[in-house]
Design a protein around this ligand. Structure first.
Ligand code: FES
Length: 133
């Protein structure tokens, strides 16, 4: 049996996931081990909806028309732990509270596509500052 070198496996992951095309990365707290900020089932529903809408809007993969994609990650907990589900978009550093399916639609349409953060649910804007060594 041939063992695939680790770098080759990782390069395959980069390609298959389109990591080199990520434009924004969305994290949402969902299915938390200790659901402190919202109902666990509701957070799972919102997470599944986010994945589905990214796919339906063709935002989850780079295309010839749009050579960038939106990556999404389900975080167990984003440490805010109230008024959730909590969702953060990087590199913008925009933090949203009380995220429902309707709010997901607004974030995708107004913020991700339209570049206008959804003020009604925004509680912090903090793009990560450059690291000074
Ligand atoms: S459980 Fe949602 S932020 Fe902690």
């Amino acid at each position: 049996m041939t063992i695939e070198p680790i770098q080759e496996k990782l390069a395959n992951s980069v390609d298959s996931l389109g990591l080199q095309f990520i434009q924004r990365h969305i994290f949402i707290c969902a299915e938390a081990t200790k659901p402190e900020c919202c109902d666990r089932a509701a957070s799972i529903e919102v997470w599944n909806y986010l994945k589905r809408r990214l796919r339906e809007l063709n935002l989850d993969q780079a295309t010839s028309d749009r050579p960038s994609c939106i990556f999404r990650t389900k975080a167990n907990c984003l440490r805010v732990c109230h008024s959730g589900p909590i969702l953060v978009v990087y590199p913008d550093g925009t933090w949203y509270h009380s995220v429902t399916k309707e709010v997901v639609d607004r974030i995708l349409t107004e913020h991700i596509i339209g570049n206008q953060p959804v003020q009604d649910y925004l509680f912090l804007t903090h793009p990560l500052p450059p690291v000074n060594n």
